[in-house]
Design a protein around this ligand. Structure first.
Ligand SMILES: Cc1cc2nc3c(=O)[nH]c(=O)nc-3n(C[C@H](O)[C@H](O)[C@H](O)COP(=O)(O)OP(=O)(O)OC[C@H]3O[C@@H](n4cnc5c(N)ncnc54)[C@H](O)[C@@H]3O)c2cc1C
Length: 420
């Protein structure tokens, strides 16, 4: 059996970006990435809307996303298509929200502009929903919109493909169809008594138990997203994250086909990724199929749960999402669902961003909280710094983040209020 310097569990975007930066920082390391699926990026990375934005209230999230966006933009400029379009993010707001100090601060910080009611009506959005519907469903009138311009959509499979190509060139191995059942703890100094490790022995992860037998390495990294608790809980480590199901419905109509081509920012005729004021349902344009992907990350009401193969419930769409959508966007009235799917956010409910931890010879990157595509490059750089024991990570755009700020005991992240 080959012994690796580092075994990474999880070939989603977090595992791939982390492997890329760890290998670049430590070229001599012998690294293998294992995943339970038959190829890379089949977990939540495949379920993603893959929209990106630098419009975040938390400084940490802002840094993580804006640096990653710069990196992706340069990768695409250099000739590797990531399916990136800078069609913008449109946050539709009522008067109180648009004039709030936190939105004013954002407008000064990020590349953005404001749309007024008539601009929004021109896009095919009704700014004053029917009063009776508004009363029953707590719908807000739209006063204006904040457009984030360094924002848009991309394709997660292309981003994953980019990292895989780089990793293959760097000589990183992959083992697919390899399910990790548990982490095997051992004492640093073995006495060979039954029942080891005892409480007074120094412990480390010696190997991982998989469907293909035990795999051994000096170091391990879990990039297992919502499945992290399955591996950490049995050895008494808390991931501080919970899985939250999110469903996506791909919706088509004649009106939507026309709407999708309306431009608000950027140099392409693509509708912006749009967030309704309340409930904050999001409309993700898919320019290829000229459809909208509709999703909503529910707070109270939606439990924390995890299924291996989640599906979307069309009744949930009809009763919850459609009833709101048709009030704001008449193009939905004659629409139909053409596809649907579901995945999970790995939610860190404290502040809505990553939890990076290192215990023994085990590092963990988790808690992307619904924005792990747009931040993956920065997360990879931070995970490499965590793995190498460096105090801080230098991001692609030159900004720095202290690794401990994203840890548990000395965590220092300001609260994110724009989770969608
Ligand atoms: C509906 C939806 C919409 C989203 N929209 C956006 C968006 O617009 N923008 C954005 O930036 N982010 C978005 N996200 C979030 C984003 O998709 C995730 O943050 C990101 O994909 C997480 O990547 P990951 O590599 O951590 O997890 P995953 O892609 O889930 O990868 C984890 C991998 O670990 C493997 N694994 C787990 N346990 C084991 C085990 N025991 N043995 C072997 N392998 C194992 C899995 O098979 C999987 O491949 C969205 C997510 C969802 C669900």
């Amino acid at each position: 059996m080959q012994k690796y310097d580092l075994l990474i569990v999880g070939a989603g975007i977090s595992g791939l970006a982390s492997a890329f930066h760890i290998k670049k920082d430590n070229p001599d390391l012998n690294i293998c990435i294992v995943d339970k699926w038959g190829t890379y990026a089949q977990g939540n990375t495949a379920k993603s809307d893959a929209a990106f934005r630098d419009v975040f209230t938390s400084e940490t999230n802002y840094k993580l996303a804006s640096s990653s966006i710069s990196f992706y933009r340069d990768v695409q400029k250099a000739g590797f298509n990531l399916g990136m379009h800078f069609n913008g993010y449109l946050f539709l707001m009522d008067e109180v929200c648009l004039n709030s100090p936190s939105i004013n601060k954002l407008l000064r910080k990020v590349k953005s502009k404001v749309l007024d009611r008539s601009d929004i009506s021109d896009l095919g959005i009704q700014t004053s929903p029917d009063p009776e519907a508004a009363r029953i469903m707590n719908l807000k009138s739209i006063y204006g919109g904040l457009v984030g311009e360094n924002c848009g959509i991309m394709e997660p499979d292309l981003l994953a493909k980019y990292y895989v190509k780089e990793l293959e060139n760097l000589g990183v191995d992959f083992e697919f169809n390899t399910r990790v059942n548990k982490l095997n703890l051992s004492p640093r100094s073995k006495l060979n008594f039954p029942g080891e490790p005892f409480i007074w022995q120094d412990k480390f992860v010696e190997s991982i138990d998989t469907n293909k037998g035990d795999l051994i390495a000096d170091q391990f990294l879990l990039a297992t997203d919502v499945w992290t608790n399955d591996l950490l809980s049995p050895i008494g480590i808390d991931s501080f994250t919970r899985p939250k199901k999110v469903q996506v419905f791909q919706v088509q109509s004649e009106g939507i086909t026309k709407m999708i081509m309306k431009r608000v920012t950027g140099d392409e005729d693509i509708f912006p990724f749009t967030i309704l004021p309340s409930p904050t349902i999001d409309l993700r344009p898919d320019p290829k199929s000229r459809t909208f992907w509709i999703s909503y990350s529910e707070g109270i009401g939606q439990g924390f749960s995890l299924e291996e193969n989640p599906t979307a419930d069309t009744e949930y769409y009809s009763n919850n999402l459609y009833t709101v959508l048709r009030e704001y966007v008449p193009a939905f009235i004659e629409s139909k669902i053409v596809a649907s799917w579901a995945g999970f956010y790995s939610m860190n409910n404290m502040d809505g961003t990553y939890v990076l931890e290192r215990r023994m010879n085990l590092s963990v990157v988790n808690g992307s909280s619904g924005s792990g595509i747009m931040k993956a490059d920065s997360a990879g750089r931070l995970t490499s710094a965590l793995f190498s024991g460096r105090e801080s990570a230098r991001l692609y755009d030159g900004s720095e983040i202290r690794v401990a700020d994203l840890g548990i005991s000395n965590r220092k992240v300001d609260l994110e209020t724009l989770i969608i």
